[in-house]
Design a protein around this ligand. Structure first.
Ligand SMILES: [Zn+2]
Length: 263
């Protein structure tokens, strides 16, 4: 069963513990801490991360079988890797079987690791020593496809007795640079973020996806496909969204949205 869901950012800057970072992310930083606490309260057996950065397959989403390393936070530019999160092989196998019987949605994959999920993993897993991880990478397909993958994911996870937290990981609009000429792009990006998050918190998921579809060429963002999967997974749940934090200090919008499930 799905016991928890959230949208969390990729931004590597979040990993750095510094006063400057606290200033840059005054709402997102505390929001992530809150999510880590709420995850602890819900005690998920498996964290399901949906991301879009690893080399994407054209027709299918992929499921990673690799153990996921948790990164340690550092104040320097680099960060080292520590404990491994064991992969949830059983659920992977069940998802694979389910997708084979219902269409070509997902297949198991064991090669490259999606580094981008590690930021969320490091920040959210501090209190979850026994939790396993399942990492799903989105495909080069449209948002409707990813929404359908989400409904399939929900079908499977709902049948299983284990407790799952589904986390769509990614960032909102990105502006290539912040010089004066990028002013219009910056305003566009901020407007996109505002409209998208507004639609999400109103549970107008169709509208959020439509917005993403319409602006896909002009606004770069890595959250859209994972968010589409999440919306599919949430479609038949009465989970209430709450925007816990949003900032765009460096030209990339980062947001934290929690979907509260009734007990
Ligand atoms: Zn990203």
């Amino acid at each position: 069963m799905i016991v928890y869901a959230a949208i969390v950012p990729h931004a590597t800057a979040l990993l750095i513990e510094s006063p400057e970072r606290a200033e840059q992310f005054p709402t997102v930083g505390p929001a992530i801490t809150l999510i880590a606490q709420h995850l602890y309260a819900r005690q998920p057996d498996t964290l399901v991360f949906v991301s879009s950065h690893k080399a994407q397959a054209h027709q299918s989403c992929t499921i990673d079988h690799m153990p996921l390393p948790v990164m340690h936070m550092e104040t320097q530019t680099g960060y080292e890797r520590a404990e491994l999160f064991p992969p949830d092989i059983e659920t992977s196998a069940i998802l694979r079987a389910a997708s084979e019987s219902s269409g070509e949605f997902m297949y198991a994959n064991t090669d490259a690791l999606d580094e981008s999920v590690l930021v969320s993993l490091a920040l959210l897993s501090k209190h979850l020593p026994k939790t396993r991880a399942l990492s799903i990478t989105t495909a080069h397909r449209d948002l409707r496809f990813h929404f359908t993958v989400g409904t399939l994911l929900e079908d499977v996870l709902t049948m299983l007795p284990a407790r799952y937290a589904v986390l769509a990981t990614g960032d909102l609009a990105q502006v290539p640079n912040l010089d004066a000429s990028a002013h219009r792009a910056r305003l566009n990006a901020l407007q996109f973020d505002r409209e998208f998050l507004h639609a999400v918190t109103d549970q107008r998921y169709d509208e959020a996806l439509e917005l993403g579809r319409a602006r896909r060429k002009s606004v770069t963002q890595c959250l859209l496909d994972p968010a589409a999967v999440l919306f599919g997974a949430l479609w038949s749940h009465r989970a209430t969204p709450e925007l816990l934090g949003y900032e765009s200090p460096t030209g990339t919008g980062v947001a934290v949205v929690e979907f509260a499930f009734g007990v």
